[in-house]
Write a protein that binds this ligand. Structure first.
Ligand SMILES: Nc1ncnc2c1ncn2[C@@H]1O[C@H](COP(=O)(O)OP(=O)(O)OP(=O)(O)O)[C@@H](O)[C@H]1O
Length: 331
């Protein structure tokens, strides 16, 4: 048994008659209770990876474990431990919401006496308490997505897989799904989600794996990944200085701070070489996280008798990381 909640090692999937591998030697592990995001553009191999981990796709080679169970050796055992919210709804639209849940529970071996109560509790939890008797046919996309989440949780899985959970949803429905993922995390469920939306990945994931062409390009917390972009962090600030000082003097001093690659005056704020009280707007290009530079900047200005005014942190995003790694945009 593996201690990871999810693990893939050297995973390869080549679909028949395809010239390249859809998944091309992927390895990563997800800790119990973690929210793990697989981020990559369309066709990167995310859905295929989830397919292998949920026993729907047979891998060409490599190992995949879900809930500690090797999916190839014991697919039925793995299925008891996992729940899936697929990219496209596969609910039975001719049944009511509650029937969809109860049938799913029966299929997964939930004892008969527990099914109805569990269905009602999950309908309530997903904000569908008054819609359980309605046929799924009458559900909007957002409501169907809630029901898919409820269904995936009916047999209390250890690991929940969400494939592109908010694609095609309106902003409100998207926020609802995000809240659900956060509360699942609080309740200790391991979550693996795929997304091509870097904001979604950054908002929800403890760690993110960036995939492209079936390969893992980078893996880490969103902060770790963006920190790899050395010098891409920026700090825009306004500094006040005294009559004994000059704007140019302030800029030069800021440029000498540890971790500052460049300091440049921004916009026209008078003659910065001229002495006299004034303000200068400066942009710093930093080695590390901009937030960490605020205190040293403030200290430096205070030591010169000046003051730090407005601050704007320009952190690189996961989008920037992806562009940096591939030379392409995510979208
Ligand atoms: N059943 C299949 N038969 C043949 N090729 C497939 C099949 N499913 C996926 N592929 C191909 O494998 C590659 C990876 O697809 P996959 O769906 O895993 O990517 P993805 O990152 O999930 O993208 P998307 O977000 O569009 O689903 C793509 O080139 C795709 O065309």
């Amino acid at each position: 048994m593996s201690t990871a909640a999810v693990e893939v090692r050297d995973l390869v999937k080549r679909y028949p008659k395809r010239p390249v591998n859809a998944v091309d030697g992927l390895s990563f592990a997800v800790a119990p209770g973690e929210v793990f995001g697989l981020l990559g553009p369309n066709g990167a191999g995310k859905t295929t990876t989830i397919g292998v981990l949920t026993t729907r796709v047979v891998p060409t080679s490599g190992v995949a474990r879900t809930g500690g169970v090797d999916v190839a050796a014991d697919p039925a055992g793995a299925r008891m431990r996992l729940g899936v919210v697929p990219q496209r709804s596969n609910l039975d639209r001719s049944l009511t919401a509650r029937q969809n849940l109860v049938f799913h529970a029966a299929y997964h071996g939930v004892p008969r006496e527990e099914r109805a109560a569990r269905a009602d509790a999950l309908l309530e939890q997903l904000g569908l308490g008054d819609r359980g008797g309605d046929k799924v046919d009458s559900y909007s996309g957002g409501l169907a997505q809630r029901l898919l989440i409820a269904r995936a949780l009916m047999h209390s899985p250890q690991v929940l897989f969400l494939d592109e959970p908010s694609t095609g949803l309106d902003p409100q429905a998207r926020l609802f799904v995000w809240d659900q993922v956060r509360s699942l995390r609080e309740s200790g469920v391991t979550v693996v989600l795929t997304t091509h939306d870097m904001e979604e990945a950054a908002q929800l994931s403890d760690r993110v794996g960036i995939v492209d062409h079936g390969k893992l390009l980078a893996l880490g917390t969103p902060a770790e990944l963006t920190r790899t972009l050395q010098g891409r962090g920026t700090l825009d600030l306004t500094a006040s200085y005294t009559e004994r000082d000059t704007g140019a003097g302030v800029v030069a001093a800021l440029a000498g701070l540890e971790g500052v690659q460049r300091a440049e005056p921004v916009g026209a704020s008078g003659d910065q070489d001229a002495p006299g009280p004034g303000q200068v707007r400066v942009r710093l290009a930093l080695d590390g996280e901009p937030a960490a530079a605020v205190a040293p900047v403030s200290t430096l200005l205070a030591a010169r008798g000046g003051r730090l005014g407005a601050v704007d942190l320009g952190e690189p995003s996961l989008q920037d990381v992806f562009i940096h790694l591939t030379g392409r945009d995510l979208r």
